[in-house]
Design a protein around this ligand. Sequence first.
Ligand SMILES: NC(=O)c1ccc[n+]([C@@H]2O[C@H](COP(=O)([O-])OP(=O)(O)OC[C@H]3O[C@@H](n4cnc5c(N)ncnc54)[C@H](OP(=O)(O)O)[C@@H]3O)[C@@H](O)[C@H]2O)c1
Length: 365
Amino acid sequence: MNDNKKKSFKRRDFISTATLAGLSLSTLSTKASIPTTKPSSGKRMIGELEVSAIGLGCMSMTSGHYNPPRNHKAMEAVVKGAFDRGVTFFDTAEYYGPFTNEEVVGNALKDIRKQVIIASKFGFQFDGNRPTGRNGRPEHLKKAAEGMLRRLKTDYIDLLYLHRVDPEVPIEESAGAVSDLIKEGKVRYFGISETSPETIKKAHAVQKVTAVQSEYSLIERVHENQVIDTCGELGIGFVPWGPVTRGFLADKFNEYSRFSDDSRFASVSYYTPEAIANNMALLDLARDWGLRKGITPAQFSLAWLLAQRPYIVPIPGTTKLQHVEENMGAIDVNFTVVELKEFRTELEKIKLVGVREPESALTNK
Ligand SMILES: NC(=O)c1ccc[n+]([C@@H]2O[C@H](COP(=O)([O-])OP(=O)(O)OC[C@H]3O[C@@H](n4cnc5c(N)ncnc54)[C@H](OP(=O)(O)O)[C@@H]3O)[C@@H](O)[C@H]2O)c1
């Protein structure tokens, strides 16, 4: 974003997002509680953890999910550069690579370890480098954590998520394993990813949950259906992955985009030719509103997420520092109550294709 654009929207006298986010702005219910600890400027609280209001998703830096794997040294520079630009919340996982992503993040952050929050995820079984399914058994999780600490070059992980709930293992057992890791000082806080309100409550009863990480963007809003409010009621942060819908809301694709069978995008339901063509209406809406507020569609999409609740911290993924800068620009964007209502009305008129069914929010993905 250029300086003129930055200045132009900073000059505007909008009511602050943080103030508004506690009000009834959307179809999300208003039962959600607001954290009492006040974060510093540009930061947010997820549970008791203070993090930059926008984090950095590191997944595609190594695993070739959305792009060919990148040079590791170059990606370490992106992670470090993101810290220099205000990011303190870094998201990785054992699954990414697998394993190599944690090495990149660990190498990049080892000299500034105490100034950053490292979030990683576990809960999969591997045969060498090949993932073979979920494994939430306590003995497996505890062993996996040792490898994660080694790769991350640290003696503690700030936030450790169960990446997916193992249907074969009661969530209480997996949560109990994290509880033990916390007692041993190897982990500070517990999170879960892509899970139902019921599972969140069960896990929270065993070990306080600090963050739930699930997909949430202007296109994929299924977790507005109970999950986000459950987080608010229990004082849990909500961390949207896919906040720019894997690039779509960052204007990376258009109705002519097509993906080969071996591309990760080929298996994503909102990336079929029909879905892309249909959902362009939403990108157009984000573009229009972006123009109106002097920002890009990616910034608009991220700012809108931030405006939904004060405990929401998106983690856009990128391999490029210029995109980190653009995405961080969303923190300065504020909305009036009227704007949010008006936007929500326009948003709900668009019938999206390829999104999850509402009841899927009540199950573990
Ligand atoms: N818990 C889970 O199950 C789960 C699942 C998936 C992901 N995640 C985590 O969440 C993070 C974010 O999700 P995601 O990566 O799937 O989706 P995302 O953040 O919505 O989109 C990432 C894609 O958007 C592009 N992008 C980002 N900002 C951009 C900008 N300003 N302009 C143009 N393009 C931009 C990136 O390409 P460039 O590299 O070209 O910028 C990348 O290909 C991941 O990195 C990962 O850490 C978690």
